[in-house]
Design a protein around this ligand. Structure first.
Ligand code: HEC
Length: 140
């Protein structure tokens, strides 16, 4: 318990410093978001790949009138390459096909920040981030 708390602190520190790539594993990131999710919601019961799958695909209407979801750029199948609005290739999101995913805490936070704002017009909760990662890890 103590040892893993220490690891959480290191990840948090990495996020705070934010100046260097901070190597992590998807499992470490999940633990970090779990700590946060428990703080955000005392009734937190764990992350769900099913909820993450829903979150990934569900479209909502942006205030600009367009329907958008995470799949808009990342496609409905996270094993596929995606595309930005400017038509630039985005490598696959599923760690099973792209092992670089969810291995850099600062990068992950940066893109959750941007994309959640872009799609939801708010920050993602730790629950949503954890469900999202849990889902992507489940895609083989
Ligand atoms: C407008 C296009 C677009 C949309 C919509 C989008 N993304 Fe992304 N996403 C990107 C781009 C571009 C990158 C960075 C390039 C890369 O990592 O290949 C990225 C990378 C990421 C990463 C970094 C993962 C890693 O470890 O490398 C996360 C996390 C992420 N997106 C989450 C989301 C979530 C959650 C949503 C939906 C709420 C979403 N994205 C919707 C374009 C998008």
């Amino acid at each position: 318990m103590r040892k893993s708390n220490f690891k959480h602190s290191l990840i948090v520190l990495g996020l705070l410093l934010n100046s260097h790539a901070f190597a992590a594993t998807p499992q470490e990131l999940l633990k970090h978001y779990e700590v946060q999710a428990k703080q955000e919601n005392t009734a937190f019961t764990g992350f769900s790949a099913d909820k993450g799958a829903n979150f990934f695909k569900t479209e909502r209407q942006h205030s600009d009138g367009k329907n958008v979801s995470c799949s808009t750029c990342h496609t409905a199948d996270p094993r596929n390459q995606g595309k930005t609005r400017a038509n630039k290739v985005i490598q696959a999101m599923a760690p099973s096909v792209n092992p670089e995913r969810f291995t850099d805490a600062a990068k992950v936070e940066k893109w959750f920040g941007r994309n959640c704002k872009d799609v939801l017009e708010r920050a993602c909760t730790a629950q949503e981030k954890g469900d999202f990662i849990q889902y992507l890890l489940s895609v083989k």
